[in-house]
Design a protein. Sequence first.
Length: 64
Amino acid sequence: MMRPMRCFSCGKPLADKYDEFEKRVEEGEEPEEIFEDMEIERYCCRRMILTSIDATEEMMKYER
Ligand SMILES: [Zn+2]
């Protein structure tokens, strides 16, 4: 999986976010809540993280 160090769109550093996000998803947390908790507010950043892990279902919400 591709894990860019920064968001392509806004440049926010995301390198240290993937592991925590992935772990919490596996533990059953809602991606939406995790993003808010981790202060990842922009959809461009959320997309970056979702595309890097196997969360194609969640991706659909952001494909607009
Ligand atoms: Zn971004």
